[in-house]
Design a protein around this ligand. Structure first.
Ligand code: NDP
Length: 479
């Protein structure tokens, strides 16, 4: 087989890729060996900042297929006719661990999806849990600090975690899921995904309803105990990558059934919980799951860095028919995720092949570092707007219906009168004896070394859910 000629990045043939250019056999190296300099300079730049959260990830390409007509709720073209297929990308991740962290660690899993719809990219940046630890974005950096390394010891701190959680009862729902079997799946294939936030749907009559997204694993739920996970990590730190990549490579494509819960716009105010509170679910009894479609992952990336590490998901990427909600944490993430990618990948991260929409793009953003696509208005003379040179213009028909918002501007205490226990009790009551016993022992293990006053403060919360919860943890702690 004839082999291709090695070239410089500028395309010229390289004559020697083994020996540097030197003055005599012993050296020194000549400055004019520009290929040596190029190689070393590129090597120094092989890393980009890892994500502050969700650094360790695994992903694949796939297909979303519509199986049920939900056009009465949303006009989004992705939900078009039954059988319609849309290309998509998924990236799963742990939250706390760095890029080199072991996969089989107890943690919430990121469940990020990018749908390349014919009306733009729709990103759903969710988790494998339907709720989260916080309900006010002020607490996002604080909570994440508790999951990261202590500034002095450079180790993770159980004390910081339980100190924060015990002072933040809104975290209890998510803490209970994290410490339950669902907190440690053996691979992304065996976990559900949730949009977690409340979003909105807009239908063809420009009517809004509220929506939550659910992705239910077709592979079924599996979990690892702490002991099993320790064995896995002792064997391999890449158990998720091996399982996800391996199953797709062998033609065993993982699937998720996609459902929505729909809440009429007028129901807001009539439920005992705030439907925009990220620490609450909508009970299925009140808002049943409605089938939408199926998601299948069927193609491994050709290059992990280009297609998964450089994948940039942001909840701000919506399409006509899908909108936001007043959820305070969602509102903050609309800024913070896109901003993270500007920092991590650069101004034009949306134009990287894995992030670029598959539909035409026309905007007036100009220049900036690494602009390789020129003026994207579709017309070199149209670099401002309004213009009389036939540049792209807005489409008023895409305007969402007005949303009535009321109330005086203030800082409202999100913990005042908020029942942080009722839905945790509903979850606790779903667990059988084995699940409860593993919940207690997982919590006790995570509390090792934590000062007693912090443990006591947290036990008060468990007791408030159910005395059996608090007492189960006490027993597991050996108290
Ligand atoms: P349902 O009995 O209708 O639903 C129970 C839900 O709990 C199912 O979605 C099930 O997922 C899920 N589940 C089962 N075990 C666990 C676990 N260890 N960790 C997390 N989720 C689990 O009850 P309700 O809708 O009234 O909700 C009751 C409680 O269930 C809630 O308070 C909440 O804690 C939890 N839950 C509710 C969800 C919702 O959207 N309503 C979603 C997920 C959890 P699956 O069907 O895949 O087994």
């Amino acid at each position: 087989m004839t082999r291709k000629t090695l070239t410089t990045t500028a395309g010229a043939p390289v004559s020697d890729n083994q020996n540097s250019l030197t003055a005599g056999p012993q050296g020194g190296v000549m400055m004019q060996d520009y290929q040596l300099i190029e190689k070393l300079a590129h090597q120094n730049r092989e890393r980009i900042p890892e994500r502050v959260v969700h650094a360790k990830g695994w992903g694949a390409h796939g297909t979303f297929t519509v199986t049920n007509d939900i056009s009465q709720f949303s006009k989004a073209s992705i939900f078009g006719e039954i059988g319609k297929k849309t290309d998509m990308l998924a990236r799963f991740s742990t939250v706390a661990g760095e890029m080199g962290a072991a996969d089989a660690e107890r943690d919430v899993r990121g469940f990020s999806l990018k749908f390349y719809t014919d009306e733009g990219n729709w990103d759903l940046v969710g988790n494998n849990t339907p709720v989260f630890f916080i309900r006010d974005p002020y607490k996002f950096p604080d909570f994440i600090h508790t999951q990261k390394r202590h500034p002095k010891t450079n180790m993770r701190s159980g004390t910081a975690m339980w100190d924060y959680w015990s002072l933040s009862p809104e975290s209890l729902h998510q803490v209970t899921i994290l410490m339950s079997d669902r907190g440690l799946p053996p691979s992304p294939r065996f976990m559900n995904g949730y949009g977690s936030h409340t979003y909105s749907f807009i239908n063809g009559d420009n009517e809004r309803c509220w929506v939550k997204f659910h992705f239910k694993t077709v592979q079924g739920h599996k979990f690892l105990t702490n002991g099993e996970a320790a064995d896995v990590v002792g064997q391999t730190r890449e158990s998720y990558q091996e399982d996800l990549y391996g199953s797709i490579d062998s033609g065993d494509f993982p699937k998720w059934k996609v459902f929505v819960q729909i809440m009429p716009e007028s129901d807001v105010g009539s439920t005992w919980y705030n439907p925009f509170d990220l620490t609450k679910v909508w009970p299925h009894g009140d808002y049943p799951l409605i089938e939408v479609g199926e998601m299948e992952l069927n193609r491994n990336p050709e290059n992990y860095f280009a297609e998964i590490e450089q994948a940039a998901f942001s909840p701000s990427n919506i399409v006509p028919g899908i909108g936001f909600s007043p959820d305070k944490v969602l509102q903050a993430r609309l800024f913070s995720y896109a901003d993270a990618h500007r920092y991590r990948l650069g101004t034009h991260y949306e134009s990287l092949p894995v992030n670029a929409p598959k539909c035409p793009v026309h905007h007036y953003h100009k220049d900036g570092s690494m602009n390789f696509m020129g003026q994207q208005s579709g017309n070199p003379d149209a670099y401002y707007e309004p213009n009389s040179v036939n540049g792209p213009v807005e489409d008023n028909s895409q305007a969402e219906p007005a949303l009535a918002i009321s109330g005086a501007m203030d800082r409202y205490n999100h913990r005042d009168g908020n029942d942080d226990y009722r839905q945790v009790k509903a979850l606790f009551d779903l667990f059988d004896d084995g699940q409860k016993s593993r919940l207690f022992s997982n919590i006790a293990a995570a509390m090792q070394g934590v000062p007693q006053e912090i443990i006591d403060r947290q036990l008060v919360h468990f007791d408030a859910v159910d005395m059996a919860y608090g007492n189960g943890v006490r027993k597991a702690l050996g108290a």
